[in-house]
Each structure stands twice: as structure tokens, then as C-alpha cells.
Design a protein around this ligand. Structure first.
Ligand code: NDP
Length: 452
């Protein structure tokens, strides 16, 4: 049977765009792609990219204060949110255009509307047009989840953060994950009074305990009012703002309440159940290591599969899918050692096992140091950075690296290469230090801080 397309991709985010580009541009497949919103998906339009630009914007007051200590005669005249937001919108337009050009140059046919699956080889666009296709790739990403509390409509999510008409004076951030912690720091840096309520005992669950504690202490030192063991029971509109009634008995008023309580796979109404697929508890699509579902012609990559919800992972899954199905080269992305960075202030970079996970697995040595880096020490600040290595006692391999420091994201990328190659503690020790840097501590920690 002749199909209209070899591949139809639903979703123009990181995973879908990469898969479509490689399948069409490199492997010569006839590819169609449907996107109901803006090309680029969460990362480019309402996630990583605009978030990082906001991180940069929010870091200037600290930089200006530091510059004064270095002898510069500078004062901050205040932050113009509208100016920044307009620049941000222009940049996102540019990026969206670049994504669109990349796809078109690779020969992908773009359909700017929603598509759903009709059957294993057929998709339907919102306009009613149907296409037959040999393969379908679902790459529809995720969507913010807000729990069902009274007044939930008064809260916003990260989706709306980039479009605020004005910055609030007082903000409440709910949640303790990546998004909550990053936006708490961004808002604080931009001059907003910030409280963060998290239901658990310490923010950033799942990361190394010592590193999480270090980040939380630094955030508190900047004046972010973090309440752990606290959740919001209801939100109420008041004359002056939004009242949050919390489980710790407090009732406080805010101008903005941001819920960052996780994201859910974007699978509702896509036609997946009718195909006979059983979705996971949160709506995620179960796939094998080649991103293939139980229906052989249907594949899924990225956040919609609920594996590791990070842009570079979706990109690698999309690329591996295209090479497997259209390049004749079966490729499975290894989710085992994915480094990540949390763009709090200070940043946290992490790869491999936390101390807690590693010591459950085998006997370990922990090398850890917290010190004041010369740049901020000179400026009279007490900020400390944390460098930490987890080492296997048996194999001597470095099992994990955790860094809390300015530019920790940049540093962890390089540590991830060494750890991915199976570097031992002695390999780190043999590496000559680059001086004076913060990262040199990674190769100069001689004695274990503790064993476990
Ligand atoms: P996370 O899963 O990281 O965090 C969700 C937070 O919300 C947790 O603290 C969780 O608490 C809490 N929570 C969940 N449900 C409820 C509830 N019903 N009531 C109260 N609190 C609740 O999700 P995020 O939204 O922060 O981020 C989504 C994904 O995006 C992440 O998985 C991450 O992979 C990705 N991301 C990555 C970034 C990066 O790489 N820098 C930046 C931003 C996002 P508990 O811990 O108790 O479960």
C-alpha cells in the first residue's frame, strides 16, 4: 500500500523536530509534522530557553552589587519588565522561525494544526484532512499539572510566567522541584518578595541530600522564604490579591501564586486508547528501548513517554528513533547517565548517583568540600560552593558528581564526559588542576570526607 507519508510526527518540540529532520533530511523519508501551538515546543517557547534568559536577567542586581566592591561606580536604575518581555518575545519569534526553517530545509511538510491518531496508519488534522502514514511518532510533550484545590484557577503555571503584564510585589511558589526552585530564584532576583511552599522535608527531592541542602540554604540566605512540610489547602481572591490558606495554619496574601507541581504527559484525546494502547498512571505512553509502542507502527519520544523529562533526552530519543526506523541502524538511547543542571542561584549540576543512592548500592567514599570562591569572597560575600564526588570503594570509579556553584551547569557537562568514560578517582587525581578556578577542587580532593 502506498502511504501519503513514511512518517507523520505529532508535536513540533525538541524530540519531534529532531526526529522529523533526521528522518527526512538524512534518511530521505517523506515526513509530515503537525504542531497545534508554536514550533519549538516547551523548551523553546515556554521552558528552558525563556527561563534561562530570565535567569540571566535576574542575576544583574547581584552582579552590580559585586561590581561596586570591585571598584566600579555603578548603580542599578531598576528593572523594566516590559522592556525585557518585549525582547524575549522577539527572541522567541526568531527561534521559532529558525526551527521552522530547519524543518522546511530538511523537506518536512509542516501542518500548523492539531493532529490526532485515527488508526495505526492514519492521522486526522483539526481541519478534517486525513493522511495515511507508514509510521506515526507521538512527541506531544507534557503540560503543567495543578492539583484540584479550591481556588486553583487563581494560580498560574510556568506557561504564563513569560507573559505577565507586570511583575508582582509578593509571589508564592508552590512545589519543590526544578521549576519551582528556579522561578523562586528568578523572581527574587528581579526584586519580588518570594515565598516557596513545599510539601516535603527538603526541596529538590531525588538529588543528593547535601547538595539540596546547600542550594536551599543559599536560597534562604538570599531572602527566599522557603517553608518545607507546607502545602496550600485553598486559594481565595481578596481585595488586594490572593490569600493562600496553608497546612501549617498560616493565611497569607500574595499578588501572584505560581504552581510548579509537576507536569503530565500530553496524551488526552490523541486517539491512543482507541489504538489499544494502555497508558501509564499519569497518561504516559509505554515504549520499549527503541521508543516503539505496543502498536508496531506507532512510536513515542520525549516527555510524553515519562522517561527522563529533559530536552536533550528527547532530542537523543528522536534521533535514535529516526536512525533505527529510517537509517537501518537500530539505536537505543542510554538513559543511565544523564547529567542535568538546575538553574537556581547558585546553580546545581549533577551527574550519576547521589550519596544516598550510591551507598544503598555498594560501599563508597565521599569527597566533599564547601568553600568560598575568590570572586565573591573578594566582594565580601559569604557564598560557598560545593564540590562533591562519590567513589566506589571496590572499582574506584566515580559514581556521581554534584556541584553547587555559579556555572555549575557548564562544569557538570565536562565531568559527565569523564564519568561516562568510567573515570576512577585516581584518573581525577592524575589530572592537573586549572588554577585558579572553582572546578580545580574536583581534582585536588585527596582524603575522603567520609566512607559509607
Ligand atoms: P518536578 O517533578 O521536578 O517537581 C514537582 C514538585 O511538585 C515536587 O516538589 C512535588 O513534590 C510537588 N508536587 C507534586 N504534586 C503535588 C501536589 N499534588 N501538591 C503539592 N505539591 C506537589 O516537576 P517540575 O514541574 O518542577 O518540572 C517538570 C519537569 O521538567 C521535571 O521533571 C524536569 O525534568 C523538567 N525540568 C528540567 C529543568 C532543568 O533541567 N533545569 C528545568 C525545569 C524543568 P514531591 O517532591 O513531594 O513529589
Amino acid at each position: 500500500m502506498a502511504f501519503d507519508y513514511d512518517l507523520f510526527v505529532i508535536g513540533g518540540g525538541s524530540g519531534g523536530v529532531r526526529a522529523a529532520r533526521i528522518a527526512s533530511g538524512e534518511h530521505g523519508a517523506k515526513v509530515g509534522l503537525a504542531e497545534e501551538s508554536r514550533m519549538g515546543g516547551t523548551c523553546v517557547i515556554r521552558g528552558c530557553v525563556p527561563k534561562k534568559l530570565m535567569v540571566f536577567a535576574s542575576a544583574y542586581p547581584e552582579a552590580i552589587a559585586e561590581a561596586r566592591e570591585y571598584g566600579w561606580d555603578v548603580t542599578s536604575g531598576g528593572f523594566d519588565w516590559t522592556h525585557f518581555r518585549t525582547r524575549l518575545e522577539t527572541e522567541l519569534d526568531r527561534l521559532e522561525g529558525a526551527y521552522r526553517n530547519t524543518l522546511q530545509n530538511a523537506g518536512v511538510v509542516i501542518h500548523d494544526e492539531r493532529a490526532v491518531i485515527v488508526d495505526a496508519h492514519r492521522v486526522r488534522l483539526a481541519s478534517g484532512v486525513e493522511f495515511t502514514t507508514k509510521h506515526i511518532l507521538v512527541a506531544t510533550g507534557g503540560w503543567p499539572f495543578v492539583p484540584e484545590i479550591p481556588g486553583r484557577d487563581l494560580a498560574i503555571t510556568s506557561n504564563e510566567m513569560f507573559h505577565l503584564p507586570a511583575l508582582p510585589r509578593r509571589a508564592l511558589v508552590v512545589g519543590g522541584g526544578y521549576i519551582a526552585s528556579e522561578f523562586a530564584c528568578i523572581l527574587k532576583g528581579l526584586g519580588v518578595e518570594v515565598s516557596q511552599f513545599y510539601r516535603g522535608a527538603q526541596i529538590l527531592r531525588g538529588f543528593d541530600d547535601e547538595a539540596r541542602g546547600h542550594v536551599a540554604n543559599a536560597m534562604r540566605a538570599q531572602g527566599i522564604d522557603i517553608h518545607c512540610g507546607t502545602d496550600v489547602m485553598r486559594l481565595e481572591r481578596t481585595d488586594a490579591g490572593i490569600r493562600a490558606v496553608a497546612t501549617d495554619g498560616t493565611e497569607r496574601e500574595f499578588d501572584l501564586v505560581l504552581y510548579a507541581t509537576g507536569r503530565r504527559p500530553n496524551t488526552a484525546g490523541l486517539g491512543l486508547e482507541a489504538l489499544g494502547l494502555t497508558l501509564g498512571r499519569n497518561g504516559e505512553i509505554p515504549v520499549d528501548r527503541f521508543s516503539q509502542t505496543a502498536v508496531p507502527s506507532v512510536f513515542a519520544v520525549g516527555d510524553v513517554t515519562g522517561r527522563v523529562n529533559l530536552t536533550p533526552v528527547a532530542i537523543r530519543e528522536g534521533h535514535a528513533f529516526a536512525d533505527t526506523v529510517f537509517g537501518g541502524k537500530p539505536t537505543a538511547f542510554d538513559h543511565g547517565l544523564v547529567a542535568s543542571a538546575i538553574f537556581t542561584q547558585p546553580e546545581m549540576g549533577s551527574v550519576g548517583l547521589s550519596e544516598e543512592a550510591a551507598r544503598d548500592q555498594e560501599p563508597i567514599e565521599v569527597y566533599s568540600t564547601a568553600f568560598r570562591p575568590i570572586r565573591t569572597l573578594f566582594a565580601g560575600k559569604q557564598d560557598r560552593v560545593l564540590m562533591k564526588l562519590i567513589v566506589s570503594q571496590a572499582s574506584r570509579k566515580v559514581l556521581g558528581c554534584h556541584i553547587v556553584a555559579p556555572e555549575a551547569g557548564e562544569m557538570i557537562q565536562l565531568a559527565a564526559i569523564a564519568i561516562g568514560l568510567g573515570a576512577t578517582k585516581e584518573d581525577f587525581d592524575r589530572t592537573c588542576a586549572v588554577h585558579p578556578t572553582m572546578a580545580e577542587e574536583l581534582v585536588t580532593m585527596r582524603k575522603p570526607t567520609r566512607t559509607a
